[in-house]
Ligand binder design. Structure first.
Ligand SMILES: Cc1cc2nc3c(=O)[nH]c(=O)nc-3n(C[C@H](O)[C@H](O)[C@H](O)COP(=O)(O)OP(=O)(O)OC[C@H]3O[C@@H](n4cnc5c(N)ncnc54)[C@H](O)[C@@H]3O)c2cc1C
Length: 300
């Protein structure tokens, strides 16, 4: 595997979006989708709000992806705060909308990340149970989460890998990781995952950094370590938007190139519903847009 042919298919890519919460954000999302579509991602996914609070926005966005774009679209789904019957109703709504791929998650406790999780009596207690439930309901493609730096609630990495194994054994097709910046740690994690007998693809989650200060707040809630080298790379760039964007792109490109050298060939990009950094990362990896390639072919 090498990134030297310029072919978009040199690596697998998927894009993650979140459902818009306002008209302005809605415009932003669909502008971004129009701009990123030509990269011909293997699939895109749309997140699902905590506690089931945003089923409707997720369903609306996913339906539009399925009806108005050529993109294979996965819906995230959480089972927090719901009985199994309620979760099945939600699955049914998405299935009727045409969803064939779920990113199956437990979700955070209603008080937010950090508040002890209480499974709903009569509900799925964790994502492994949800995967098993989905497998009984239909022939879905199923992705799950993975945490190279461990989930904040996990006792230790071993407990985390144990849950990942349960999800894989229940029928998950792949795991998408929480975003991370420490590739050495990721490689050690992957070795442990494989030693535990987990064979499904573990797809690194890559976060092009829009704003390091904001990202730090978010990262501390989800357990991602922000290495000191990022402070150094972004030092003095708070008011220099273009230079900051260039550093963000360089950091993500270097991370992906390094992971490719370590044998990884699929990447899940957190878009934050914005296209410029994501497109610049893919361009600087030397990849060509499928749409651009098609257009060049047509002109030849
Ligand atoms: C790729 C990705 C996409 C995501 N998308 C969404 C989304 O769309 N909507 C959303 O709300 N959230 C989303 N999340 C966040 C996720 O819901 C939270 O991290 C949640 O706290 C755990 O859900 P999970 O499916 O990862 O849990 P699980 O896989 O069930 O568990 C995660 C880890 O937590 C530990 N754990 C689980 N339950 C307990 C417990 N009761 N006590 C102690 N340890 C426990 C286990 O060791 C396990 O390794 C996403 C996360 C990732 C990585």
């Amino acid at each position: 595997m090498a990134l030297n042919t310029g072919d978009r298919r040199d690596i697998g890519i998927s894009f993650e979006f979140f459902p818009p919460k306002s008209e302005e954000m809605e415009g932003q999302l669909w502008k971004t989708v129009a701009e990123l579509q030509d990269w011909d991602p293997d699939f895109v996914s749309v997140t699902y709000g905590a506690g089931g609070t945003t089923k409707a926005p997720t369903l609306t966005a996913v339906t539009r992806f399925l009806n108005e774009t050529p993109l294979a679209t996965a819906s995230h789904l959480t089972c927090v705060g719901a009985t199994k019957e309620e979760t099945h109703q939600v699955i049914d709504h998405f299935r009727k909308a045409g969803v064939k791929h779920f990113v199956a998650l437990r979700g955070d406790a209603p008080g937010g990340a950090g508040v002890p999780y209480q499974p709903h009596p009569g509900g799925y207690a964790n994502a492994a149970e949800l995967v098993a439930g989905l497998r009984e309901i239909g022939d879905f493609e199923i992705s799950v989460s993975a945490y190279p730096e461990k989930h904040p609630e996990s006792r230790d990495v071993a407990a985390d890998i144990d849950m990942l194994k349960r999800k894989a054994d229940s029928g998950a097709d792949r795991a998408l990781t929480q975003f991370f910046f420490d590739n050495d740690n990721f490689e050690r994690y992957l070795e442990k995952v494989r030693a535990a007998g987990v064979k499904i693809p573990i797809v690194p989650g890559i976060m092009p950094i829009q704003n390091l200060t904001q990202l730090k707040r978010f990262a501390s809630a989800c357990g991602t370590v922000i290495p000191a080298f990022l402070d150094e790379r972004f030092a003095g760039l708070d008011d220099k938007v273009e230079e900051r964007a260039k550093v963000s792109v360089d950091v993500a490109v270097e991370q992906i190139e390094d992971l490719v050298r370590r044998g990884l060939d699929e990447f899940h990009l957190y878009t934050m519903n914005r296209s410029p950094l994501v497109s610049a990362v893919l361009t600087n990896l030397g990849l060509r847009r499928e749409g651009a390639k098609r257009a060049a072919g047509a002109a030849a």
